[in-house]
Design a protein around this ligand. Sequence first.
Ligand code: HEM
Length: 495
Amino acid sequence: MLWPLFVSVVIIVALWKYFNHGQNDLARLPGPPKAPIVGSALAFIGLTQEEIFKKIIDLPSQYGTRVVISAFGRYILHIYGVEDIEIVLSHSRNITKSKPYRFMEPWLGTGLLVSTGNKWHRRRKILTPTFHFDILKTFLKVFEEQSRSMVDELRKLTKEGKDVLDVIPFISDYMLYSICETAMGIKLDSDTSQTKIEYKEAILDIGSIVMERLTKIYLHNDFIFYLHPLGKRFAKSLKKVHSFADNVIMERKKAYDRGDVGNAVNGDNGGSKRRLALLDLLLEAERKGEIDLEGIREEVNTFMFEGHDTTATALSFGLMLLADHEEVQERIFEEYKSLYGDSDQGTNMSDLGDMKYLEAVIKEILRLYPSVPFIGREIVEDFMLDDIKVLKGEEVVVHIYDVQRRADLYPEPEAFKPERFLEVDSRHPYAYVPFSAGPRNCIGQRFAKMEMKCALSEIVRKFRLQPMTRGARPTLKADIVLRCVDPIHVRLIPR
Ligand code: HEM
């Protein structure tokens, strides 16, 4: 009954905004043609995820470094300029995420990634110490073990004659095992119980459903979404993921209350069962009254999402690039040998810090293929972007992917050249932002780099990688993280 009224209000507001846009700075900026009411939305309707991605990354070459897309009276400003990016990302009050993030709320609640205002400030303060150097040091063992078992599995596959690897699902599994152990303290790989397999499948399913929903405007409405088969599948997977995480939290809490993991928090990381997990630190915060159980659930789910899909994507594109550049593999191998010789000793933090070339390789992978290609903010307080006023209620999208491929900042921008990051870096600090920057930068960036270093050095030490088609580059698509349309295959040759 209320629908006609609702639709009329939307039309009136959109028409009003359209005819009064003269007062709005954003309305004067270039962008795809804007029609009354629907704005530029028509340009995106019916496109596939890959066509949407291509259209969005082509915007700067068509319209310049500030582009406006409008829809139903809303203006969304897309920025590619380093100074503009600095103003937006370093703003201390415009830290609210844009509307699409709300599709992740049923899963992540308002955990660190999605929350805003005081809640975000409080959580960030509680969680920052959990990524302290000393804590990360204790995760190194997990990264190493996972990397070694990944390589063992690869060796087994090549022995069976399966030397062509379907990279993405393989890497994705291992990154999920790794985050499960570091975040929740459980080993997913060594246990094949049905619940754990279902958890793994459900978590991967949720990510892909969120993105499908994002690209289908008719599914944005909650009522329609949950009636749709996709929404039903989402609800089912969500139930599995939440109940699994809840059980782990409650089990760990019981152990913590008995003092079982308390020693681990105090630094005794002896046996694998007592190994420290991020969850233990959250339970410690709960004991001090800084967070409640619902908060712990939000943060555990947030780490599970942010901590596996992002690194898996980066490593998958990384292996693809390495396969295409044997000289880069050889330099990684040589660097490793110069540190360890032929010994198979474990890595320590200082060795990781000494892997300068590998560090440059990882930076270059994330320049070309940033796992999070765009980030969005909803403006909660008017602010000046140099000469233009951005109003409360508007949205700004920062194009990490595009700024990192600008030819004026990175000569031969499409080429994979880790050496760029070995030279003295005179670029603008916001020309390279794969982990975002400013107050809402990635809290897990050191964690991610350590994990990537362990995995890449271990693989390159044991295998030579070759491409299936030299020079081929994947077609990318709009998704919750950067993804490619077709699988990535590389050939593995044991060293
Ligand atoms: C290559 C790997 C990674 C990349 C490229 C990456 C990138 C990013 C980016 C761009 C943001 C900002 C998102 C936004 O503003 O909407 C972010 C935020 C975040 N990341 Fe990462 N990330 C990675 C790995 C990780 C890992 C391993 C963890 C945790 C274990 C993590 C946890 C988070 C969290 C909790 C936030 C929200 C921080 C806040 O808003 O205060 N990330 N990440």
